[in-house]
Ligand binder design. Structure first.
Ligand SMILES: Cc1cc2nc3c(=O)[nH]c(=O)nc-3n(C[C@H](O)[C@H](O)[C@H](O)COP(=O)(O)OP(=O)(O)OC[C@H]3O[C@@H](n4cnc5c(N)ncnc54)[C@H](O)[C@@H]3O)c2cc1C
Length: 551
């Protein structure tokens, strides 16, 4: 069996940055269920934050991040991220990322919600694309091995230590054990637990489920961000950069309704505030066909074409609306998982040999609500840190032969899946899950809605385990992959609901109509979910507070 020094699961920005952080002499491999540049990071539009401006500072960035996250973020982690951001951005530039420029030729920065300063560096509205492709070129130059279109089904654990993965080769078919001295999970988000989401269909929370199944706790899973502006019907993201460039939000009366909810920040209030405001307008009958309107017309054709070309194209192609001429119908949609595998600021999980970074991890820097532009930054800073720490650790591990127990277990699992004769296909159960989550765990949550959801999810777990595969073949069997993904989604959804049901307060993205106030006395603490045979067991941990006492 092949044993790598470092095996990174996921080839989005966090995974690639982790790989590039490893010393050149290490044997580093990446494994990804899609071609690396199809990872969801490629879709990031608006920007990546760093305090580069002359009158900006990392402390101001750290304060905005802490406040935006409603004081639930760990301030030691936030400090590390904001302090290291400027150097990391310059490093990206040196790798070859083509950032947009201001009139003086410096990296241009646009304002984003909840930020006291224009702090988001961008490459037009294709920022993720620019960074991901550049890093991929760097990895190719290094000769990094990529298991392309391989699906990781489980982690190999021996004596409580993570020693590699069991993976399915999607293209050729076939199960493989891949050994590693250290494994970094960089598998991205879980937005597809919801029916309408900005996320790629591959964002199914696999890495979170892999870690959870071997005993690593998931933190703050109830905090799911709903992006205020996703396109009607499809849920495709319309970047916050549009509002950063000056777009307005209008209700059916033509009012800029944000003046009622956030008179100072208006459209650039934090995402949770703007999403709640939109939800309220729609609920009270001032929506337009289940949406509100995002108006860019006053920006003028030239600016839209120069700064937001992709937004224009998406609106024309998917909503039949040209933003140069008409406002775009938008509504909030599931966008980002603030929670994830609990890690230290070096990406370490409690499981020896196992690290995590990027959206699948919870360091935690976003607290109850992530600021736009901070997620790409998290992938870069903590991807690098996890890559460095995992490399150091791998140098201390002696290679050794692994038993084939994990392989045999997955082989049996695979056989059982292929033989299943249940009445349903995976997509049917996945659709039901999405509907239940969108209906009951959206921007407004109540005890009743979540209790109903939890009950239904428990039956979905059983349905998910017995889905029938129509394709019994080995080559590019997407039916099989969907069955694996479904079980991850159901498991992750259960932790979201359990955490949300227990948290009797409203904070950031978690809004309970029955407990509308933030309650620092009882709830200024992290939720941790640990897997048991009966479902997630919750415990709580203190928040690290350094410079900014909660206000
Ligand atoms: C439409 C959109 C726009 C966004 N815009 C911005 C923005 O402008 N600014 C910002 O800061 N944030 C933005 N975000 C959020 C940000 O893009 C993501 O949080 C971030 O890119 C996640 O990166 P990642 O490396 O953690 O994961 P991803 O880029 O999602 O990569 C996950 C990787 O894991 C692999 N993988 C997953 N499961 C398995 C498995 N079982 N086996 C093998 N491989 C697996 C996938 O193949 C993939 O390579 C946006 C998000 C979306 C959806």
């Amino acid at each position: 069996m092949k044993i790598h020094d470092l095996l990174i699961v996921g080839a989005g920005l966090a995974g690639m940055r982790a790989a590039l952080a490893a010393p050149a002499q290490l044997d580093v491999a990446l494994i990804s269920k899609v071609h690396p540049v199809r990872s969801h990071s490629v879709a990031a539009q608006g920007g990546i934050n760093a305090a580069l401006g002359e009158s900006d500072s990392w402390e101001a960035h750290a304060f905005d991040t802490t406040k935006g996250g409603q004081y639930l973020g760990d301030q030691d982690a936030i400090e590390a991220m904001c302090r290291e951001a400027p150097d990391d951005i310059l490093e990206l530039e040196r790798m070859g990322v083509i950032f947009s420029r201001d009139e003086r030729g410096r990296i241009a920065q646009r304002p984003f919600g909840g930020a006291g300063f224009p702090r988001a560096c961008y490459a037009a509205d294709r920022t993720g694309h620019a960074i991901l492709h550049t890093m991929y070129e760097q990895l190719m130059k290094r000769g990094c091995h990529v298991y392309e279109e391989w699906y990781v089904m489980s982690l190999i654990m021996e004596e409580g230590i993570c020693r590699g993965v069991i993976a399915w080769d999607i293209v050729h078919g076939g199960l493989h054990a891949i050994g590693a001295k250290a494994v970094v999970l960089a598998t991205g988000g879980s937005g597809r637990a919801f029916l309408t989401s900005t996320n790629a269909v591959i964002n199914t929370g696999d890495g979170m489920a892999l870690a959870y199944r071997v005993g690593a706790p998931l933190e703050d899973m109830e905090f799911v961000q709903f992006h205020p502006t996703t396109l009607k019907d499809t849920g495709i993201l319309i970047t916050e950069g549009a509002r950063g460039e000056g777009a307005y939000l209008l209700n059916t009366l033509g009012e800029r309704f944000m003046k009622k909810y956030a008179p100072e920040q208006m459209e650039l209030a934090t995402r949770s505030t703007v999403s709640l405001a939109i939800g309220q307008e729609i609920l009270e009958g001032r929506g337009v066909d289940g949406c509100v309107l995002l108006d860019l017309r006053h920006l003028g054709r030239q600016r839209i074409l120069e700064r937001l070309p992709q937004i224009r194209q998406l609106s024309v192609e998917f909503a039949g609306v040209d933003p140069v001429e008409s406002p775009i119908p938008i509504r909030p949609g599931a966008h980002y998982q603030m929670g994830g595998v609990k890690t230290t600021i070096w990406g370490e999980t409690p499981v020896p040999g196992l690290y995590a970074a990027g959206e699948c991890a919870c360091v935690s820097v976003h607290g109850a609500n992530r600021l736009g532009g901070n997620s790409l930054l998290e992938t870069i800073v903590f991807g690098r840190r996890a890559g460095q720490r995992a490399s150091d650790y791998s140098a201390t591990v002696q290679p050794r032969a692994l038993s084939d127990a994990a392989f045999r277990r997955e082989e049996a699992h695979l056989r059982q899946l292929m033989d299943n004769d249940g009445p349903e296909r995976a997509w049917q159960v996945r659709d039901d899950l999405g509907k239940i989550m969108s209906l009951n765990l959206g921007i407004f949550r109540t005890q009743q809605s979540m209790t109903d959801a939890l009950k239904e999810i428990r039956t979905l777990r059983l349905r998910g385990e017995s889905v029938r595969l129509q394709d019994k073949g080995k080559i590019f069997n997407t039916d099989l992959i969907q069955a694996f993904e479904l079980n991850c989604l159901v498991e992750i959804a259960e932790t979201i609901v359990a955490g949300a049901l227990a948290r009797e307060e409203s904070r950031g993205a978690h809004y309970r109509s029955d407990f509308p106030k933030r309650d620092d006395g009882k709830w200024l603490k992290h939720t941790r979910a640990t897997k048991t045979p009966d479902g997630p067991q919750l415990s709580y941990a203190p928040v690290t507070i350094t410079k900014f006492p909660p206000k």
